[in-house]
Design a protein around this ligand. Structure first.
Ligand SMILES: Cc1ncc(COP(=O)(O)O)c(C=O)c1O
Length: 386
């Protein structure tokens, strides 16, 4: 007689021992590495200062939750003045809606029945606004809205220079009129993302991108109004361009995402200061040779993101050593003479090039205060790319 073997899935592996009592020191054996840490004081200050900035400039704040994917952090943003959330995927929207967040903007064209049908409950609850840059995409929304029996708010996506998605401002009026005529849809305004700000050479260049963003939205607004469409929402602004925008420019809402943690990209874009960097990866030295230390955090933990200025990241308190090579599980550091003290088993912290992609890889991250872990934070929408 043969017996059937039932192979259970391995339990979820978390860096912090489920039995660990908090607070806990960062060198405790109960905290394994790589482990992603959030300095809670820094994050909370970032959340409050962006909310204050938007308020001072007369704009509402709708943070992009793709940067953190965490309902805990979303709640902090909402309780500090954000009016709703922006999401990139249906999966992220589902997580935030099930958590009870009722004002969601899905800033990505939703194409295909597999995704559209998952939006039904959100439409039913009146919790969703969608975007489009084509009649093709809008027809999918229209069929869905009709089947649910609701009016679905839509924003027309404008290309303000990134050339990723969006129509040129001059085309926006005609498109908005066509979309608005589709049953079940109501065009409420326009949206843009000026992500080309990351390529600007200097601070003046960033401000020029922000001015282009404003001008594109002003032209698009006129185009919609020329078609008799009322524009209630003019949604723009990222972590990099929001400081240059205001209600006086006609912007009603901003959607920064990365600001919640910041990273070396936003630092090099003059969008934060070093004391506003909230995220770091705790990693362990697993091999040593003269001039070389190897860490247990490779591209599957810290991703391949890099900049010419920072390589794959910055080592906290060891600015003269840097990344030499990254493979999937290893990061090889070239060590400066003053860092030859590093030993196998010692822990170091790495600052991220791009914090959003680090968060997406973690099921759980760890909130710290005063150098101790004080809170577990679930990344509820981890890897929800569908
Ligand atoms: C549509 C949209 N809005 C807002 C943002 C937020 O940008 P950032 O994370 O630079 O603040 C992004 C980022 O990719 C985006 O794609």
């Amino acid at each position: 007689m043969t017996t059937t073997m039932h192979l259970a899935f391995p339990e979820e592996l978390l860096a912090l021992d489920p039995q660990a009592q908090l607070p806990l020191d960062l060198d405790s054996d109960l905290l394994d590495t790589p482990a992603l840490l959030i300095d809670l004081d820094v994050m909370e200050r970032n959340i409050v200062s962006m909310a204050d900035l938007a308020k001072r400039r007369g704009m509402t704040l709708r943070p992009h939750a793709k940067s953190h994917k965490s309902t805990f952090i979303a709640d902090l943003q909402l309780s500090s003045g954000a009016t709703g959330l922006c999401l990139a995927t249906v999966g992220e929207a589902e997580v935030m809606w099930r958590h009870g967040i009722q004002d969601l903007l899905l800033a990505f064209p939703v194409v295909g029945q597999a995704k559209l049908r998952r939006l039904r409950p959100l439409l039913d609850a009146g919790a969703l606004t969608v975007v489009t840059d084509s009649v093709d995409v809008a027809e999918g929304y229209s069929a869905l809205a009709r089947s649910v029996g609701c009016q679905l708010p839509v924003l027309i996506e404008i290309d303000s220079g990134m050339h990723r998605v969006g129509v040129l401002p001059e085309r926006a009026g005609a498109l908005a009129a066509e979309v608005d005529r589709l049953p079940g849809l109501q065009v409420r305004g326009i949206l843009t993302h000026a992500g080309q700000s990351h390529q600007a050479a200097d601070q003046q260049g960033i401000e020029r991108v922000a001015r282009d963003e404003v001008r594109a939205m002003q032209r698009a607004r006129e185009a919609l109004e020329g078609q008799g469409i009322q524009v209630d929402v003019v949604s723009a602004g990222s972590t990099v361009t929001t400081p240059y925008l205001s209600a006086d420019d006609g912007i009603t809402e901003v959607r920064p995402g990365t600001y919640v943690f910041n990273d070396l990209r936003t630092l090099s874009r003059y969008s934060c200061t070093p004391d506003q960097l909230a995220l770091s990866m705790l990693a362990t030295v697993v091999s040593r040779a003269p001039g070389r230390a190897t860490l247990n955090a490779g591209s599957k933990s810290i991703t391949t993101a890099r900049t010419d200025e920072h390589g794959h990241g910055h080592l906290v308190n060891r600015p003269s050593s840097g990344f030499r090579l990254l493979s999937e599980e290893h990061a090889v550091l070239g060590l400066a003479t003053e860092d030859e003290d590093l030993q196998v088993g010692q822990r170091v912290r790495i600052l991220p090039i791009h914090s959003c992609v680090w968060m997406d890889l973690q099921a759980e991250v760890y909130g710290t205060r005063g150098g101790q872990v004080v809170r577990r934070i679930r990344v509820d929408a981890m890897r929800r790319s569908l």
